[in-house]
Design a protein around this ligand. Structure first.
Ligand code: GLY
Length: 397
């Protein structure tokens, strides 16, 4: 028989307990603590998660998709916050985040790609976004290492990059500065008290961690916390991404000056050059459950497609291969704010935009944790848009 749960009596009950120490959980905890809330975070390895794999593109414009105009507004709001957010984190922690305003070039390799990019350009223009159409020759003038076959492209100077591993480290440090208490264990189960209210979590060793409010920020694992009632369980699924890291030589000049990306045979491929010399090549998109195997096929396809864009990459050392899990949601947008279970909030489902949405997520979650209401810009992302209540309100009268 397992021993009964026990509650540590030595410390006061925090106002907020964040479940999950990826960048979304960390930024939520940091911002909540900055607003004066007594905050704790539970995760065996804070700073881990999908940020350890992600390339860190801040690509609100080049990752625009039809039907995602509402998400675009949130993405842009977060992109606008990035300069101040990065400066604040660096000043506070001394960590350089590798924030680089280098811009992005999305290129086309054949007539189909070009037609696809032209459509994207038209959508960007209708959405009031800044992007410039370039001929193949103009693309190569900007990026001389591009393949001679590049047929044209979109120059988007506003799509930047950050190093997500550095961001995660800085957020752990910022949480420490703000007094966030870390519990380095797995949360096994949500604790639900009398009156149907989330009251904390039970950890793997049976300890009860109580809190006034619980934020579930477990990335792709968010839908798996035991004890969460079915009706409020986030509809989040893992979407595997394999990512490669290569090393660029320091001389005679940079291989690439900016992020270069394309859709090759229907697959997204991007090359993200860091000032450190790291070149990140991503990413596959695979619906394979919890599998995080790096496969020969995944590596082959990424290298093949990246080589079609920038043939010179074959000379570079391949230093790392890794796979992570994006937290996909049914509409590709995050779930932010209160659920229908009192005391339980969500910050999850960021899918392809977790790094980009980190600053706005921190602000939105701090607003709702302190004031009880989602700020206007975040209301379309309420978790209540899914689930039984939402389904009923969509029934024909
Ligand atoms: N945002 C890039 C990716 O999810 O692959």
């Amino acid at each position: 028989m397992s021993s009964p749960p026990h509650t540590p009596r030595s410390s006061p009950v925090p106002d907020v307990l964040v479940v999950g120490g990826g960048i979304v959980g960390l930024v939520t905890a940091w911002r909540a603590a900055q607003r004066g809330l007594l905050t704790a975070l539970v995760d065996p390895e804070p700073g881990g998660g999908a940020a350890q794999v992600a390339a860190g593109m801040l690509a609100a414009v080049t990752e625009l998709h039809y039907g995602e105009e509402t998400l675009l507004a949130l993405n842009l709001a977060s992109a606008r916050r990035y300069p101040g957010f990065a400066a604040e984190l660096t000043e506070l922690t001394g960590h350089d985040l590798g924030y680089r305003r280098c811009g992005t070039l999305a290129v086309a390799l054949d007539a189909d790609d070009r037609a696809h990019l032209r459509e994207l350009h038209a959508l960007q223009q209708r959405s009031g976004l800044e992007s410039e159409w370039l001929s193949g020759r103009e693309c190569r003038r900007l990026e001389p290492m591009l393949a001679p076959g590049v047929r044209g492209g979109l120059r988007v100077d506003g799509d930047h990059q950050i190093d997500p591993r550095r961001l995660a480290r800085a957020l752990v440090a910022a949480c420490g500065h703000a007094g966030v208490v870390f519990h380095r264990v797995w949360a096994e189960r949500l604790a639900v008290g009398r009156g149907d209210r989330a009251t904390g979590v039970v950890t793997a060793d049976g300890t009860v961690l109580e809190a006034g409010q619980v934020v579930l920020a477990g990335g792709s694992l968010s839908g798996r916390l035991a004890g969460v009632p079915e009706a409020v369980l986030p509809p989040v699924r893992p979407v595997k991404g394999q990512v490669l890291r290569l090393t660029m030589p320091p001389t005679p000049g940079p291989l690439l000056n900016r992020t270069v990306r394309a859709v090759v045979r229907g697959n997204h491929v991007y090359l993200v050059p860091r000032e450190s010399g790291e070149l990140v090549v991503g990413a596959t998109s695979e619906e394979l459950g919890w599998d995080t195997t790096v496969t020969a096929g995944g590596v082959y396809e990424l290298l093949r497609d990246a080589h079609e864009l920038v043939p010179g990459i074959t000379e570079l050392p391949l230093t790392e291969t890794r796979a992570g899990l994006r937290p996909g949601s049914p509409d590709n947008a995050p779930l932010l704010g209160p659920t229908t279970l009192d005391g339980l909030l969500l910050a999850t489902g960021h899918y392809r935009n977790g790094v980009l949405l980190t600053p706005v997520t921190g602000d939105v979650m701090a607003d709702v944790l302190t004031g009880g209401e989602l700020p206007r810009q975040a209301r379309p992302f309420s978790p209540r848009r899914f689930g039984a209540a939402a389904a009923l309100s969509e029934q024909p009268a």
